[in-house]
Design a protein around this ligand. Structure first.
Ligand SMILES: [Zn+2]
Length: 108
C-alpha cells in the first residue's frame, strides 16, 4: 500500500493554520470548540492545528499577541483587506486565539 506523503501534486500542501503561509512543521491538538459562527473568522474548529516554524515559536513562548498580529497581517494581505477592515479581523482573530489557547491540550 502506498503511504508516502505527497507534497504538491495530487494532494494540497499543508499550510500553517495561523498565517496560512509557512509550511507547517508542528501540530497542536485542542478540544473542539465553536466560535464566531457566521462570521469571516469562522473556522471548522478542527482539533488539529498546524503551525509553521515561526507561529510554533510564538505559541511555545506564549506570545499570543504577536501570533494574533502575524495572523491578522497575513490574512489582510491574502484577502487584500482595506485598512478599516483590519481592526475587525484583529478582534476576531484575538477571540479565536483566546479560545484556542483555552482549549489547547498540553503536550505530554
Ligand atoms: Zn504560520
Amino acid at each position: 500500500m502506498q503511504t508516502a506523503m505527497h507534497l504538491g501534486g495530487e494532494y494540497p500542501v499543508k499550510l500553517c493554520d495561523f498565517c496560512s503561509h509557512g509550511l507547517f512543521v508542528k501540530c497542536y491538538t485542542c478540544y473542539s470548540f465553536v466560535y464566531l459562527k457566521g462570521t469571516s473568522a469562522e473556522h471548522d474548529s478542527g482539533q488539529e492545528w498546524n503551525a509553521c516554524a515561526e507561529c510554533a515559536r510564538l505559541i511555545d513562548t506564549d506570545k499570543w499577541k504577536a501570533l494574533t498580529e502575524r495572523a491578522v497581517q497575513a490574512f489582510a494581505r491574502q484577502n487584500r483587506l482595506a485598512g478599516y477592515e483590519v481592526p475587525l479581523i484583529r478582534e476576531e482573530m484575538d477571540y479565536l486565539h483566546r479560545a484556542l489557547r483555552q482549549n489547547l491540550i498540553p503536550e505530554s
